[in-house]
Design a protein around this ligand. Sequence first.
Ligand SMILES: C[S@@+](CC[C@H](N)C(=O)[O-])C[C@H]1O[C@@H](n2cnc3c(N)ncnc32)[C@H](O)[C@@H]1O
Length: 223
Amino acid sequence: MREIFDAYQFVGCHSKFFDRMMTRADLPARLLLKFFWGLDEQAYQKFLTQAFAGIPENFSGRLLEVPVGTGVLSLPVCKNLDGAEIFCVDCSDKMLDAAKLRAEQMNLRGVKFILGDVGNLPFADNFFDLVLSINGFHVFGDKIAAWSETRRVLKRGGIFCGCMYIKGENCRTDFFVKNFCEPNGFFSPPYETFASLKEFLSNRYSRAEVSHVESFAGFICVK
Ligand SMILES: C[S@@+](CC[C@H](N)C(=O)[O-])C[C@H]1O[C@@H](n2cnc3c(N)ncnc32)[C@H](O)[C@@H]1O
C-alpha cells in the first residue's frame, strides 16, 4: 500500500507528464500508448467513450468518483453535469492538488475533493446515485475492500461504472504491466480477466455490462 501511495505522490509531483500520457497529447505519448497499450487514435477514443458510457445524459444526483487522480479525464466530463453533486476522492494529496488546480482553471465550482481511501470511504451507506471508477481497480492494494466500499455507498438502483485494466488481451501490455507498472507501484495484482470481471460483477450487481478495448474493460452495473 505504501508503495502505491509513494508512486502516485511522485506522479502527482510530475502531473503534467501523466496528463500528457493520459490524453495522447503529443507524439511520445501517442507512441507509448500504441506500443504498450495497443491504443491508436480510434481505439483511444473508444476507450474514453467506454469509460464514461455509464453516466446518463443530464445526470443529476450524487456522484462519487474514486480515484480522481489529476482529474484529467473526468473533470471535463463533470463540467457538463450541471445538476450533479460531485465528490472526488483520492488517497494522494499530490494527485488531488493537481485535480483541484484543474477544477479552478476550468472554473468548475462545487466539486468536493476529499483525501481518502477507497477501502474506507467516509460516506454513509446508499449515499450515491452513481459511483465512477476510472483506472482504479488495477491500482488499489486492497481490492476486496474497494469492491465492497464502492458498492456499500451506492443506492439500490444506482449505477457503478468506469474502466480498469484486464489481463490476457494483449501480451505486450501484460508484459509492461508485470515488468514496469507493478514493480514501480503503479499497478497491483491480482488482475481480472474479461471473463472473471464479467462473472464477478454479474454476481454482485443486479445488472452488469462489461466491454473491452484492448486491455481496458469498461463496466456499467446497476445495484
Ligand atoms: C492510474 S491513477 C487513475 C487516476 C484517474 N482516475 C485517471 O484515470 O486519470 C490511480 C489513482 O488511484 C489512486 N489510489 C491508489 N490507491 C488508492 C486508494 N486506496 N484509495 C484512493 N485512491 C487510491 C492514486 O493516488 C492515483 O491517483
